[in-house]
Design a protein around this ligand. Structure first.
Ligand SMILES: Cc1ncc(COP(=O)(O)O)c(C=O)c1O
Length: 519
């Protein structure tokens, strides 16, 4: 017999219902136990509590809380038991029943508004966001990838995140700064973090900035939204890359601006425009590593873009989301670093370097824009968590940030090489890989365009889930391709996923042939 004491205790998560809203009226003619019974029943019928896991307080606690006798409580609870609203679990307590009596669940539902069939009022702002998802599709986040799904684009290896170090630093900053980290805090961001980021950007991204130009934000998306809201009026034109990061279009839709897709060539975003095309007030670019095509903007295109922005009084939004992970040659300097006219709004994020759930990013605003940016941040949600900001500041100043980047760059380079080798061996007959110089993704172009619908269906069925390149296209008509992520999976997982995809495609081919022969 295994020793019970040695077995880890399995703690089940159970929420205890507080019943804070119960009001008992001692002057009413309705007996107290009836009032209690009725009010608890109505709360259970509201459907807010999950059957089987929501626990009722003990009769003693309920009696003390409400200032009534335990026998009154017991009378009310026994009636609820008898009617099937509650269930007892020996040794655990009294719980909301798994299935509440059905008739009573609908009995008191008001039906007055059901008869009025009006379309729901939704703002134009919502309609302007190009996002087809509904309901629980939002639970999977922007990548749309649930657990167990592999080779999804843009996902970093979060299992390599040094949680123990982070936790230690967090405990240290909490011990040192105490309640100061629990208060409302600077709308510009933690001062130590702004200093640390300014130093990092000057050293490693060749940026030219000082800490007062840094605004800490909740990731790249918020950086885009704040920038768009600070420099653009609704309806004004923004150029974006086509194909483009899907969240950029959604954010700009929310900002109510006019999105003008611009093609990408081998030098980066194409600046040439037709005379009818409105001049942009802002230009969104990913110069270090275009998402999703992977082009690095040439030096000539960078200077042309800066000249264009200066001439037409436009701002450039530089999304430097994954510049840290360059595998070929030295990291490229940022566009911000060669801008002499304060035209570039530079933004970075820790989503790829560390992990996306931190929701932390940074903007380097041209000096004349800083206060406007901060004003918007203040009106939006004030600031990011001071605890996480202070922890990140320590993480950077103590050298963990740089060592993590170095370690991950090496790991991603290995995974990239492994992916390429395995992919070409297994799937080289169907795809041509575009070997990336940087980043976490690889574009695989189809050799036969007609394979596209089948591959798209199969990848979604088997849970090996690259994105179709067309998902990121606005007007661009590119040859069919898929964007694979390789960074978040071990060699074994990469190999298994690629074998799974190869076999699924092969089996599909066999079914096809069989179908033809029998017809
Ligand atoms: C082009 C681009 N920018 C930014 C991000 C990350 O944004 P955030 O900081 O909002 O997570 C991504 C993530 O995939 C991206 O592809």
């Amino acid at each position: 017999m295994p020793n019970k004491k040695l077995r880890p205790q399995k703690r089940r998560r159970r929420s205890i219902i507080a019943f804070e809203m119960i009001r008992l009226d001692r002057t009413a003619t309705e007996p107290l136990h009836e009032q209690l019974y009725r009010q608890i029943r109505d709360q259970l019928k509201s459907g807010r509590f999950s059957g089987g896991s929501s626990r009722l307080p003990s009769s003693r606690v309920l009696a003390t809380d409400r200032g009534i006798s335990r026998s009154t409580v017991r009378l009310a609870l026994s009636k609820l038991h008898a009617e099937g609203y509650l269930q007892s679990k020996p040794g655990s307590g009294t719980f909301v029943a798994n299935f509440l009596p059905e008739r009573s669940l609908t009995a008191d539902q008001p039906n007055t508004y059901q008869s009025i069939q009006r379309p729901v009022r939704i703002s134009d702002r919502v309609k302007a966001i190009p996002d087809e998802r509904v309901g629980n599709q939002f639970d999977l986040g922007a990548t749309g990838a649930g657990p167990g799904v592999s080779l999804v684009a843009s996902i970093p290896a979060v299992d390599e995140f040094p949680i123990a170090i982070w936790e230690r630093l967090r405990a240290q900053v909490l011990a040192k700064k105490g309640v100061n980290l629990l208060r409302y805090s600077s709308n510009r961001g933690d001062v130590d973090l702004r200093k640390a980021i300014a130093a990092y950007l000057c050293d490693f991204r060749a940026a030219r900035c000082h800490p007062d130009q840094i605004v800490i934000v909740a990731g790249m998306q918020q950086a885009m939204l704040i920038s768009a809201m600070a420099v653009l009026n609704p309806g004004e034109a923004v150029w974006i890359e086509d194909p483009c990061y899907q969240q950029t279009r959604r954010v700009l839709g929310l900002a109510g601006v006019k999105v003008i897709p611009k093609a990408i060539d081998t030098d980066g975003i194409v600046i040439a425009r037709s005379p009818k095309e409105p001049l942009p007030k802002m230009i969104y670019v990913t110069p270090s590593h275009q998402f999703p095509l992977g082009v690095t903007m040439s030096f000539q295109r960078r200077t042309d873009l800066l000249d264009f922005a200066r001439t037409h009084n436009a701002f450039i939004f530089e999304d430097d989301y994954d510049a840290e992970f360059r595998f070929v040659g030295p990291p490229l300097p940022s566009l911000q670093g060669i801008d002499n006219a304060s035209r570039v709004i530079y933004a970075g994020t820790v989503s790829k370097i560390l992990c996306p759930s931190l929701r932390l990013g940074y903007v380097v605003a041209p000096e004349q824009l800083v206060d406007s940016f901060v004003k918007i941040r203040s009106a939006m949600d004030q600031h990011s968590s001071p605890i996480e900001q202070a922890t990140l500041a320590r993480f950077i100043t103590e050298g963990f940030f740089l060592s993590h980047i170095k370690r991950m760059r090496k790991l991603y380079a290995e995974r990239r090489d492994f992916f390429i080798k395995q992919f070409n061996e297994l799937l080289g007959d169907r795809f041509t890989l575009q070997v990336p110089e940087a980043g976490l993704n690889i574009v695989a172009w189809l050799k036969r365009e007609e394979d596209f619908p089948v591959i798209r269906r199969i990848t979604s069925e088997i849970g090996v889930r690259p994105s179709a390149l067309s998902f990121f296209c606005i007007q661009a008509k590119l040859k069919p391709a898929f964007v694979f992520g390789f960074a978040a999976w071990t060699r074994t997982q990469i190999r298994e996923s690629l074998i799974k995809l190869t076999l699924a495609l092969r089996n599909h081919g066999k079914d096809q042939n069989y179908g033809h022969r029998t017809r």
